[in-house]
Design a protein around this ligand. Structure first.
Ligand SMILES: C[S@@+](CC[C@H](N)C(=O)[O-])C[C@H]1O[C@@H](n2cnc3c(N)ncnc32)[C@H](O)[C@@H]1O
Length: 286
């Protein structure tokens, strides 16, 4: 397969077998930020590589990506496209010798999920595709997980509004499941103030009942986002998970925090491995 070598980070990208299909260009259509391949995807790659021996102990290894996009990304300012998250993750799992035995992808946009399915199939992935809001497709995805499988749930919505806590709660019922969640800090920081208005509900799915619990008397406006994020982590821990101490902060290059990558698991080993890889800022893999 044709490879485009990128001198900066000794990475490789395979050519797109479906160049006519949709490409992820970010919520504004200008291309995604460099942090998508350089941080978001790279942490996932490193995690998959570092856990390969543990993964091999499971006969069935499943990736669940309910906000999958089209499987191909265009980085702002680049004149070529790169693999999207699910395709990159599947290829990394093959490269590391512990290929996913099922890749379950979903998206609200039918064309995108179809594009992702075709791109995954073209690299040999055992893919099943689900069209619809993640909040609805997740039940069918859970049913498609074989008993006893090790599952990695990669939850990557554009904003907090779609990070429904119920998605996490339902996935948490799987016996062996780890989570890598892309938590939008920009949405939280910009909008939490407005969302205190009980007539609004954009964050109510992400953390049900949050508004009634905010200690508004004791908190300044500036500390509201931090309070919300901590309360969300506590809610995850109440499901029996350990939220990793290392939560890489993604910034937009202009000093603004845009996302945190939050990893959580029930088992100490994946938590330790995530902490090790996320602690290091040197993300070069190969
Ligand atoms: C950040 S992009 C996904 C990028 C992809 N995970 C990757 O790493 O290449 C978010 C995707 O979520 C989809 N989306 C938006 N709202 C959704 C919803 N409620 N349920 C499922 N997908 C949704 C969008 O169509 C978009 O493709």
């Amino acid at each position: 397969m044709e490879a485009i070598l990128e001198s900066a980070n000794i990475d490789y990208e395979t050519a797109d077998c479906h160049p006519g299909l949709p490409i992820e260009k970010g919520p504004h259509g200008r291309g995604v930020g460099r942090w998508v391949p350089e941080e978001k995807h790279r942490y996932l790659k490193r995690y998959l590589d570092a856990t390969r021996e543990a993964q091999k102990k499971f006969k069935q290894r499943v990736l669940i990506d309910p906000f999958c996009g089209p499987g191909r990304i265009q980085v702002e300012g680049e004149n070529f496209t790169r693999e999207g998250g699910s395709v990159m993750a599947y290829q990394q799992s093959v490269h590391s010798g512990a290929p996913f035995t099922r890749v379950l992808v979903g998206d609200i946009d039918q064309e995108r999920v179809r594009a992702n399915e075709l791109r995954l199939a073209s690299v040999g992935a055992p893919v099943a595709a689900f069209t619809g809001p993640a909040n609805e497709t997740v039940d069918a995805m859970i049913k498609a997980v074989p008993f006893g499988a090790l599952t990695l749930a990669y939850i990557d919505p554009y904003n907090l509004e779609h990070l429904s806590f119920s998605i996490i709660e339902r996935l948490a019922k799987l016996e062996h499941v780890d989570f890598a969640v892309h938590f939008s800090l920009m949405d939280l920081t910009r909008n939490i103030d407005m969302e205190l208005d009980p007539k609004r509900d954009r964050f109510d799915h992400a953390l049900p009942g949050w508004r009634a619990r905010v200690p508004t008397d004791a908190l300044s406006k500036a500390s509201l986002p931090g309070w919300f994020f901590t309360a969300w982590c506590n809610a995850v821990e109440a499901l029996g998970f350990k939220v990793s101490g290392q939560m890489p902060l993604i910034t937009d290059g202009k000093g603004r925090s845009i996302y945190r990558l939050v990893f959580f698991s029930r088992h100490p080993l994946p938590d330790r491995i995530w902490n090790d890889i996320a602690r290091s800022r040197n993300l070069d893999l190969f």
